[in-house]
Write a protein that binds this ligand. Structure first.
Ligand code: IYR
Length: 221
């Protein structure tokens, strides 16, 4: 396909406006937490649609957009996902995760019990399309699918938070059952399961800290 250039111009802001916007965004992002106790209060479908559309603006390798979002609010499907996820998680906590991993999770207070998969009004499952089917029926690869889907997932989490919704990045492992339950094709690999909703009234989160910025940001060399 040919290169078709179109003009690109961002509305120009003053430095003061940009600093104010950046500081405001930082303050809002600092209030984001992973949520494991959701309210069952419904969230409108059009809100989820808008947030997925925001994530879908993400850049991707060769603009292949190698993501598939599946939004589930059907109680029976959510329950099927919970049953399958808890079966994997029970095995992981009991046998698959080595002691060092279990110790690393201790401050998060997690276990194999995942009631949020029934309770959260929406489960948004992101699949990574590792390849596409060409018209000839042959497989054509996508480029940087892991990175691309990670970018879209991050944008989705940010969009949800800024809209006022809580999320969790849940990865019941292995996640193959999601493809079967949600009837997705074999070129799609489950990437992330994201419950979306409001925190439960009595929601508690672990007390954790982020590293100081100087530990994660180097200026020049
Ligand atoms: N998937 C498990 C274990 C787990 C793993 C990591 I890495 C976490 O940051 C949190 C949990 C679970 O969801 O409990």
């Amino acid at each position: 396909m040919a290169y078709v250039p179109v003009p690109y111009a961002l509305p120009r802001r003053t430095e003061a406006e940009m600093l104010e916007a950046a500081a405001g965004l930082l303050a809002r992002m600092r209030t984001r937490r992973s949520c494991r106790a959701f309210s069952d209060e419904p969230v409108p479908r059009e809100l989820i649609e808008c947030l997925v559309a925001a994530a879908h603006t993400s850049p991707s390798g060769a603009n292949r957009q190698p993501w598939q979002f599946v939004a589930v609010d059907d109680l029976a499907i959510k329950h099927e996902i919970r049953v399958a996820a808890e079966a994997e998680e029970r095995e992981s906590y009991a046998r698959r995760m080595p002691p060092a991993w279990l110790a690393a999770l201790e401050p998060l207070g997690t276990d194999a019990h995942k009631p949020f998969l029934d309770v959260a009004p929406w489960l948004v499952i992101i699949f990574q399309r590792t390849w596409e089917y060409a018209d000839s029926g042959e497989r054509t690869p996508n480029y940087y699918p892991v990175e691309s889907v990670g970018l879209a997932a991050g944008m989705f989490l940010t969009a949800c938070h800024l809209a006022g919704l809580a999320t969790l990045t849940h990865t019941p492992s292995p996640m193959k059952f999601l493809r079967e339950i949600l009837r997705r094709p074999e070129n799609e690999k489950p990437y992330l399961l994201i419950p979306v909703g409001y925190p439960a009234r009595d929601c508690m989160v672990p007390q954790i800290d982020k590293k100081p910025l100087r530990d994660v940001l180097q200026w020049n060399r």
